[in-house]
Design a protein around this ligand. Structure first.
Ligand code: RFL
Ligand code: PHB
Length: 385
């Protein structure tokens, strides 16, 4: 079999890239290790920047997002119970949209007419310098697809980045000594907007998926086991980290999903190796505090799609030549913001009294400076691409 572009991974990056190529008439096949149900069962991001909303529209899949997504004009930060609302619309004239990654994925899956091969095992990338092709096994049979380009959109643990010789890759990484324990519950959100809370017991986040479905997180040590957290224990811990009024208003119930995600910052450089391009979590990871992971995946593939369309139609190789440097510039800015939000809002085992005072001073500066608030708002709602 032969195609122009093989996309590894049917997460939001792979599906969006596939959709943009399909609309441009570029032949592409997606290879995904898991089943469609498994992909749709993953509960992840919840916040879309304007650029991601625009891309959903460009991909022709924005209708349900506009009908069901919730526009948020600001967020609340809370530090040891002291509250500070940031009004993005007033500060920077922009807003974000609460629309779950699951729904983004569902919309992109539904729109796709071209081939996606699910349950593809043992995906291997070959000769991506000279004669690119990919092999995989399905139902015990090994297949080969030849192509011109390979897009590695297979997430942090995927095979694409691992196929690149170590000597060709430079990686930058920070692993944080904690993770997020998340819970999904069919109860109305505690507040209209998201609440990011710093507390001596650890960080907490009140998020949401709809007017009747809420998503909450608490910071836990890296080695924590999800089995150790009954719903009651989770709700008690969350209440303890919120200011008393918010804690009082919290509507609790039985969790419909509960999981722990480790926190990590990671960037690989460069993002092009001959005919192979890395995009999304395959290329970089941010801690979720800045709500940037999904949005970065979207901005990577917007650039990559244009570059591949241009190259496949033989117009120019300028886009594919510029891809790595162009997206890395934005990636590092999102890495910085996500690291800073994480540093401000979490408790660090080795912070000491000095580190805790610096966090407090950072919050007090933010609370008192419109310029500091504008900076946060500019980054949170999304830097221009
Ligand atoms: P994904 O979603 O990991 O998809 C990769 C796909 O590749 C498949 N795959 C393979 N396929 C074939 N062969 C192989 N060898 C393969 N190996 C893997 C996988 O099965 C999968 O289907 O990567 P992608 O598309 O780059 O998308 C990235 C986003 O998923 C991620 O950045 C966000 O979820 C991060 N994130 C958030 N981002 C935001 O922008 N806003 C948020 O509010 C936000 N909250 C979050 C988050 C991530 C979280 N977790 C669980 C890490 C909250 C959490 C808790
Ligand atoms: C979520 O709703 O899952 C969510 C929202 C904001 C974040 C991270 C996760 O910063």
């Amino acid at each position: 079999m032969r195609t122009e572009v093989i996309i590894i991974g049917a997460g939001p990056a792979g599906l969006m890239l596939g959709r943009l190529l399909e609309l441009a008439g570029v032949d592409a096949i997606i290879l995904e290790r898991k089943s469609p149900d498994y992909v749709l069962g993953r509960i992840r991001a919840g916040v879309l920047e304007q650029g991601s909303m625009d891309l959903m529209d460009r991909a022709g899949v924005g209708a349900r997002m506009h009908a069901e997504g919730l526009i948020h004009h600001g967020v609340e930060l809370s530090f040891d119970g002291d509250r500070q609302r940031l009004d993005f619309t007033d500060l920077i004239g922009r807003h974000v949209m609460v629309y779950g990654q699951t729904e983004v994925t569902r919309d992109l899956m539904a729109a796709r007419k071209a081939q996606t091969i699910y349950d593809a095992e043992n995906v291997e990338l070959h000769d991506f310098d000279t004669n690119p092709h990919v092999t995989y096994t399905k139902d015990g049979v090994t297949h080969r697809i030849d192509c011109r380009f390979i897009a590695g959109c297979d997430g942090f643990h995927g095979v694409s980045r691992q196929s690149v010789p170590q000597s060709a890759l430079t990686t930058f990484e920070r692993v944080y000594p904690f993770g997020w324990l998340g819970i999904l519950v069919d109860k109305p959100p505690v507040a209209d907007e998201l609440i990011y809370a710093h507390h001596a017991r650890g960080f907490a986040l009140c998020s949401q998926r709809s007017p009747t479905r809420s998503r909450y997180y608490v910071q836990v040590p890296t080695d924590e086991k999800v089995e150790a957290w009954s719903d009651d224990r989770f709700w008690d811990e969350l209440r303890a980290r919120l200011n008393p009024e918010t804690a009082e208003a919290l509507q609790t119930g039985s969790s419909i999903e509960k999981s722990i995600a480790p926190l990590r910052s990671f960037v690989a450089e460069p993002l092009r190796f001959g005919c192979l391009f890395l995009a999304g979590d395959a290329a970089h990871i941010v801690p979720p505090t800045g709500a940037k992971g999904l949005n970065l995946a979207m901005s990577d593939v917007a650039v990559l799609a244009d570059a591949l369309i241009e190259a496949v139609s033989e117009k120019s190789e300028a886009g594919i030549n510029a891809y790595s440097a162009k997206v890395l510039d934005r990636i590092w800015k999102a890495e910085r913001f996500s690291w800073w939000m994480t540093s401000l809002l979490h408790t660090f085992p080795d912070a000491g009294a000095f580190g805790r005072r610096i966090q407090r001073a950072d919050f007090d500066y933010l609370a008192s400076s419109r310029i500091a608030q504008q900076s946060l708002a500019e980054n949170y709602t999304g830097l221009p691409s």
